[in-house]
Design a protein around this ligand. Structure first.
Ligand code: GLN
Length: 195
């Protein structure tokens, strides 16, 4: 059984726990470097990316996270977690850093005030069985992707789901829907990496 950690500094950790368990992973919380060392893969939850970044630095996790991701650990980020996995933020707040790993530039809170929160059905490449309900909450979009990053879904002309090798990121929150297909895709990626 793949051991998947959830970065538990801030954000919707519990919802990812439930979705990952339903997708067949053994789930644990990651707050310290030793806990990161114990997992095969990591989920970075939705929440607030500036706070998450500052806590990761304060907990001595930022460098270990970069090292693991660089070494090929599978990781999945939703919303704030997507921002954490981006190589670059278009409009970072002061002191905000990312783990990086996906060759993309993201724009925080990109959908604007009229559209702070909304839902939209999305066809996701690699996820069968009909559209996934995309729950967007003050969500980022992907401004641009490099050659190695593959767009799995777009909304309004902007990528909102991206995969690069063992890294996966979504602007939206499948952990809030009870539909575990995106987490199942990620757990499959983890199994492949372990095989
Ligand atoms: N707007 C948040 C940020 O910039 C992300 C929101 C979310 O994760 N739902 O980090």
């Amino acid at each position: 059984t793949p051991k998947v950690g959830v970065l538990a500094l801030q954000g919707d950790v519990r919802e990812h726990f439930a979705a990952l368990a339903a997708a067949g992973a053994e789930v644990s919380a990651v707050r310290r470097p030793g806990e990161l060392a114990d997992v095969d893969a990591l989920v970075l939850p939705g929440g607030e990316s500036t706070t998450m970044s500052k806590l990761a630095i304060a907990f001595g996790l930022m460098e270990p996270l970069r090292e693991r991701v660089h070494a090929g650990m599978p990781a999945y980020g939703s919303c704030a977690g997507m921002i954490m996995l981006a190589d670059k933020i278009l409009d970072p707040r002061s002191g905000q850093e990312t783990v990086g790993g996906i060759d993309m530039i993201v724009r925080r809170n990109a959908f604007g005030r009229q559209n702070e929160s909304f839902e939209a059905p999305l066809e996701l490449s690699g996820v069968g069985g009909g559209p996934v309900e995309g729950v967007f909450i003050r969500a980022p979009w992907v401004e641009s992707t490099g050659a190695r990053a593959e767009t799995l879904a777009s909304y309004d002309g902007h990528p909102v789901a991206v995969r690069q090798s063992r890294l996966l990121a979504t602007s939206f929150h499948p952990e809030l829907t009870g539909d575990h297909r995106v987490h199942a895709l990620f757990v499959d990626m983890v199994r492949e990496a372990l095989a």
